[in-house]
Design a protein around this ligand. Structure first.
Ligand code: CAA
Length: 258
């Protein structure tokens, strides 16, 4: 792939969006590569955590590629949105845990891809925003939907209507960032959190993720029934047997992937 790098080590995949000359802006080629990369990763059983970051030290992703969009027709704009949605939905729903390591600008499509990850750990120099209304368009890679779900309708509307940029601390206060760390410790902080997740039952983590994702789009009663079914199902796993026995025997649990 030309604009996306993938490295796998110790059950952690690191995906780097790497177009530093355009501050990692997402053009069609990069979106297609991301879709392909996420399709591959979701099949890889030896990968349990995916960390997504931007190449260079200035930008995570500065949005969709404006130089590509400037002459695009309505049909081309819609097609670009649908391609991004396909790629980001894959990212959001892959069985692995996904962590966005936000190393600078996360504007427009950059904020939108970060929101498609399970967790956002952000460098102190990170800047978030949805500048689309200032370009005469709207957020089109999921921003009108995921931002409102993540930080609430009122704050999402304010950010989208004003196009205000917010810094890492403000993003943390709003619940957009899970954690803020010094820029030079960003990848270490992501790997450290990944390590804590890897020590848990990976099947249980994966089921918990899918319950949270699916439940957000359901009414509470049906979501709770779905949780009860999944809870019961986890009682059939080795990890349940081992996790609970280890607790009662006062020893560390040796959890696997089922
Ligand atoms: N698309 C295309 N190119 C971009 C880009 C983008 N989104 N963001 C930055 N670049 C390019 C610049 O054109 C520039 O290229 P040249 O060197 O060839 O001129 C290069 O990256 C460096 O950018 P700047 O010189 O502007 O760097 P800066 O440090 O002065 O500013 C910035 C950084 C504040 C991020 C500024 O580049 C900027 O505002 N970028 C656009 C951000 C934006 O509006 N994003 C939303 C896009 S629309 C969208 O994302 C729709 C959607 O919902 C998916």
């Amino acid at each position: 792939m030309k604009n996306v790098q993938l490295e796998v080590a110790d059950q952690i995949a690191t995906v780097t969006i790497d177009r530093p000359k355009a501050l990692n802006a997402l053009n069609t080629e990069t979106l297609s590569e991301l879709k392909e990369c996420f399709s591959e990763l979701e099949k890889q059983k030896d990968v349990r955590v995916v960390i997504l970051t931007g190449g260079g030290n200035k930008s995570f992703v500065a949005g969709a590629d404006i130089s590509e969009m400037v002459n695009a027709t309505p049909a081309e704009g819609r097609a670009m949105s649908l391609l991004a949605m396909e790629a980001f939905n894959k990212l959001e729903n892959m069985p692995q845990v996904t962590i966005a390591a936000v190393n600078g600008y996360a504007l427009g499509g950059g904020c939108e891809i970060a929101m498609s990850c399970d967790i956002r750990i952000v460098a102190e120099n990170a800047v978030f925003g949805q500048p689309e209304c200032g370009l005469g368009i709207i957020p089109g890679f999921g921003g009108t939907q995921r931002l409102a779900r993540l930080i609430g309708k009122g704050r999402a509307k304010e950010l989208i209507f004003t196009c205000d940029r917010i810094d890492a601390q403000e993003a943390y206060r709003m619940g957009l960032a899970n954690k803020v760390v010094p820029a030079d410790q960003l990848m270490r902080a992501c790997q450290e959190m990944a390590g804590r997740i890897l020590s848990k039952g990976s099947y249980a983590v994966s089921i918990a993720k899918s319950m949270i994702n699916a439940g957000m789009d359901m009414d509470l009663n049906n979501a709770l029934k779905m949780e009860a079914d999944a809870f019961g199902f986890t009682f059939s796993t080795h990890d349940k047997e081992e996790g609970m026995t280890a607790f009662l025997e006062k020893r560390p649990a040796n959890l696997t992937d089922f």
